[in-house]
Design a protein around this ligand. Sequence first.
Ligand SMILES: Cc1ncc(COP(=O)(O)O)c(C=O)c1O
Length: 463
Amino acid sequence: MWKKNYSRREFVKKNSLTGLGALVAMGVTPSVFAGFTKNADVPAILGGQPVRTMDWPGWPVWDSATDEKQVLEVLRKGVWCRVGVEQSVVADFEKKWAETLGARRCLAVVNGTNALIISLRMLDIGGGDEVIVTPYTFVATISAILEVGAMPIFVDIDPETFQIDPEKIEKRITPRTRAILPVHILGLPVNIIRIMEIAGKHNLIVVEDACQAWLAEVNHQKVGTFGNAGCFSFQNSKHLAIGEGGAIVSDDDEFMDMCHSYHNCGRAYGKMVDPVGGNYLIRANNLRMTEYQAAIGLAQLKRLEGHTAIRNENAAYLKSQIKDIPGIIPYKLYDNVTRASFHLFPFRYKKELFEGLPREGFLKALSAEGVPCFGGYGGTLNTMPYLDDAFRSKNYRKMYPAEMLDFQKFVEQNKCPENDRVCNEEAVWLFQSMLLGSKSDMNDIAMAIAKVQKNAGMIKAKI
Ligand SMILES: Cc1ncc(COP(=O)(O)O)c(C=O)c1O
């Protein structure tokens, strides 16, 4: 439930500050702070009054009319697994998610990680294959490539958009390249049109990691529906929050039948129970979603469109309010993006324009003003030991020539300096649920950033 309760004192404070936030938001220079009361003018990190003390919208959101009712119905029915059920809740969820995206088919699975693994495996990506990917992602994207025995090849990001830079992809294509795995990271679409062009030219498979990009669109088409397969996550922090859960979408019936079979112990598609005499078609796994998960998914789906609209409106407004604050560079969307999902609201922080205050100091100071924020992916996935662990494994040693498994050489060849800078120095993320607030909430954020900006020198000297 959203935590929207606040005391009268907080209400009065909020409304008086909101007026000031609006001024900053309107581009009034920080000299406006001369009118602040002394304590409010002092950065909260140095003991002053924070811009905001109210709670932000919480996450996840649910209610008794839909979520509780639908979960209880499953509980009371006593059928909690899709196996052997003619019309399961999971199948209903799959139908609705496919319809929502404009895809022919959907398969619900245990999580986004396995949605990616199943897709790669069923598209026959494996040992000896190279898969082009961004380092600016959650580790699961790369783990999925390693889990099928393929080799991740890292391509740097465009720092303006935080996405894989399509113009750097072709240089990294080799005779071993089989696939591109673009990630619509932070819920901002990649330039999928350009990526599909490159994939077409080089005859490459495309698996979209849309695990953070529910309902995002490029040219009015939902992301996840451009490539051979699109993968989604419904983990707790996600906009369609189930706790855990994932999905694959595609228009390719043969591929989807194979995915279905793989996630259901190798049984033929449509056979949810063991055939008489047994007839397991492929070596497989059990990665089925439960009926409870699907019930929550169906309930959450009813809110997704409304929430996405609010997030888009607030993100555009907040961007307009902070873009002129020196040292703040908000995200940029590609021209063909017709909608983003804003799993996070990202901007880049330039410490040179904050009197040299390092990003960590900025994050602490902004948080102290009542605006929770963080620096995002804290390490660079193209340099971490998990890669070396895969390279040292028996399977990798059998599948790849030794020079490809030299970790130092790999790190050297997979350098991504733009990603390094964004991860280590510049990125600042605001949580998705903050974008479900009001315009005055967005003004609070803008005002807090401007306040830290104005006082950056003093903060740097004192913390
Ligand atoms: C970009 C990305 N890919 C893959 C995943 C994996 O999804 P899951 O956590 O459902 O396994 C996530 C989840 O955080 C993600 O953000």
